[in-house]
Design a protein around this ligand. Structure first.
Ligand SMILES: Cc1cc2nc3c(=O)[nH]c(=O)nc-3n(C[C@H](O)[C@H](O)[C@H](O)COP(=O)(O)O)c2cc1C
Length: 169
């Protein structure tokens, strides 16, 4: 019952050099601050799995609820044939050959540094060698919740965060 850990944030994983592909992924995590490293669990049957193994790079793009339709398409159709159905604009990244997504709130450009198979997924570890982001969405290095970061509840149900902030101190 992996959904006991939900809701989780939802991200878009861009991959491929000669051909670009994008898939939706909930199973994304920060692993290290210095160096900045992230991990993503991707099932071997995903087209993205093959492209990351080939190109050894990927981009983690951060969508808002406004991109939900695209996130659903990217998460339910396999392979680059889905691209014609997407409203996403792919743009050049700064430090990797894999494209970034113009509409995303942030794009994390990753070089593959490790991979390990766990059960039915492969955990790809990437060092974030560059990132670009919407400055209005991250004032003072923190997310501004008015930008409606996309989260997944389960199946076709999604959510975002209330703008209410609770102070711990
Ligand atoms: C909201 C959502 C989250 C998903 N999270 C993951 C994930 O973390 N790992 C994974 O392997 N597949 C995940 N999937 C499934 C893939 O996105 C889906 O199989 C996609 O079609 C794969 O595309 P590809 O074959 O073009 O790479 C998710 C799907 C959705 C809709």
């Amino acid at each position: 019952m992996y959904r006991l850990l939900y809701p989780l944030r939802t991200f878009l994983i861009v991959s491929g050099h000669e051909e670009t592909n994008v898939m939706t992924a909930d199973w994304v995590t920060v692993l290290s601050m210095k160096p900045f490293m992230v991990g993503v669990a991707i099932a071997p049957k995903r087209y993205t799995h093959k492209l990351i193994e080939e190109c050894k790079e990927f981009v983690v793009a951060v969508p808002s609820v406004d991109m939900l339709k695209d996130a659903w398409i990217a998460g339910t159709i396999s392979g680059p044939k889905k691209l014609e159905k997407l409203a996403i604009t792919f743009i050049e990244s700064e430090k990797v050959k894999v494209k970034s997504i113009k509409e995303a709130l942030a794009n994390l450009e990753c070089k593959l540094v490790d991979k390990q198979s766990y059960g039915d997924h492969t955990f790809f570890v990437g060092e974030v060698i560059n990132y670009t982001y919407n400055k209005d969405a991250f004032p003072n290095n923190m997310p501004d919740l008015k930008h409606k970061f996309l989260a997944h509840v389960g199946l076709e149900k999604f959510a975002t965060f209330s703008e209410q902030i609770y102070e711990a101190g």
